[in-house]
Design a protein around this ligand. Structure first.
Ligand code: CTP
Length: 400
């Protein structure tokens, strides 16, 4: 469950910080990549050297690195993480988190994080029982944070009561249980096409398009994160995949893409056709570079490329789900609906070039999902990682 997961481990200033060292070790042993963020008070209890040795990464505590002036981006960190665990979570940090008091790196990272957050409170019994702590924890739970309840036992004050941070093994178990509940694509195989295709004119030139592949890659990462085995048939892009469950097949032309997609589709439960496929290829492709100093202007003869989505749609089995994309400049819904029919899609993800900050090269997108039965779901402008989540949610609901 933890393999390859990006975890932020937030450590606050409390005696239980010594247990965070063991927690960090367990997370790393389980295969997670862990970034420690510690509050200034946390460093009074445990040294960054111990933590960076175990995590293999410099520990983050300040907004800026003093000697270089480089900025630690809490926004990037928040987007990188699959989960954030704050252990120990002290009364002070819990209060800041509940009320948005962003005066240290840990709380700013929390406020920017899009991932699930787990808090393991640790404090003395009277602090734990105080109405303000109770109210803050209730508030944090109501925001969707996961509270890992502290145990009853002997505390640092030698008093006995509720306030001992939960044991590291149980914190790991709670996070693993969450990840396993999110694996709604476990046992499923998904084929995704992404990026542009290049159709060669001669050895140095091609016909292509502006597709960056970002949307398809975000969907591949989302499917893999949710447990699917993913085959990503990718046109030429400069992106990388990070999840080991993604098998990437690099292709260049539409015809190469068809061959790879067709083969993968035979054993897939779902196919998501995200690639911007060139409609034509060059029939009279030159084997040597076309030179400028010729009397005649060269003529490029185009031939129609195969429609990959329609080819798969024609052989789709009842248990398979086929999803297409439509990028339109006008008459959007009508064009998208006709593509559902022509390509035998279960649903189509429509984006319009008229929407600002959507489509090619951007990190955001604004889509409407249109189903074969005509049902339409419009979504707001969002980062492509969140759009990917919406699309995969739709896939999962239809697989059930
Ligand atoms: N598609 C495909 N193979 C093609 C063309 C398109 O698999 N040769 C897929 C795309 O990946 C997308 C959907 O079909 O999921 C719609 O692509 P689009 O380019 O919008 O549609 P076209 O059929 O090419 O129609 P047009 O260019 O006329 O809009």
């Amino acid at each position: 469950m933890m393999k390859g997961k990006h975890i932020i481990l937030g450590i606050c200033g409390g005696i239980a910080a010594y247990k965070s060292v063991y927690l960090l070790r367990l997370l790393v042993k389980a295969g997670a990549e862990v970034q420690v963020v510690i509050t200034p008070a946390g460093k009074e209890f445990i040294t960054p050297v111990t933590l960076s040795s175990l995590s293999g990464k410099p520990v983050i505590s300040e907004f800026f690195t003093a000697n270089t002036g480089s900025w630690n981006s809490h926004v990037d960190l928040g987007l990188w993480a699959d989960a954030m665990i704050i252990a120990p979570a002290t009364a002070s940090t819990i209060g800041k988190m509940a009320n948005g008091i962003a005066d240290n790196m840990l709380v700013t990272t929390y406020l920017s994080a899009k991932c699930p957050i787990f808090l393991a409170p640790a404090m003395d019994l009277d602090m734990m029982a105080h109405p303000s702590t109770k109210r803050n924890l209730e508030l944090l739970a109501s925001y969707g944070n996961h509270i890992i309840e502290p145990a009853v036992g002997e505390l640092a004050s030698h008093l006995v009561g509720k306030g001992r941070m939960e044991e590291p093994e149980n914190i790991v178990k709670a996070v693993e249980a969450y990840f396993s509940s999110q694996c709604d694509l476990k046992g499923r195989s998904v084929m995704i096409t992404a990026g542009p295709t290049y159709e060669r004119i001669d050895p140095v030139r091609f016909i292509g398009n502006y597709s960056s592949g970002k949307m398809g890659y975000a969907i591949a990462e989302e499917c893999a994160r949710r447990g699917a085995e993913v085959t990503l048939v990718s046109g030429p892009v400069s992106l990388k995949c990070s999840n080991p469950r993604i098998r990437r097949i690099d292709v260049e032309s539409a015809r190469e893409m068809l061959e790879a997609a067709d083969e993968a589709f035979a054993t897939s439960d779902v196919a998501i056709m995200c690639a911007a496929v060139a409609d034509y290829y060059v029939e009279n492709r030159a084997t040597t570079k076309i030179k400028r100093e010729k009397d005649e202007i060269p003529q490029i003869v185009l031939k129609r490329n195969p429609d990959i989505a329609a080819t798969l749609g024609a052989k789709k089995r009842p248990w398979q789900l086929l999803v297409g994309f439509a990028l339109e400049t006008d008459n959007e819904a009508v064009n998208a609906k006709s593509k559902i029919e022509r390509k035998n899609l279960d649903f189509i993800v429509l984006n319009s070039l008229r929407d600002k900050d959507a489509c090619f090269g951007t990190d955001t997108n604004k889509v409407t999902i249109i189903a074969a039965d005509g049902a339409e779901k419009p979504f707001a402008l969002k980062p492509k990682s969140e759009v990917a989540r919406d699309i995969v949610d739709e896939v999962v609901s239809r697989l059930r």
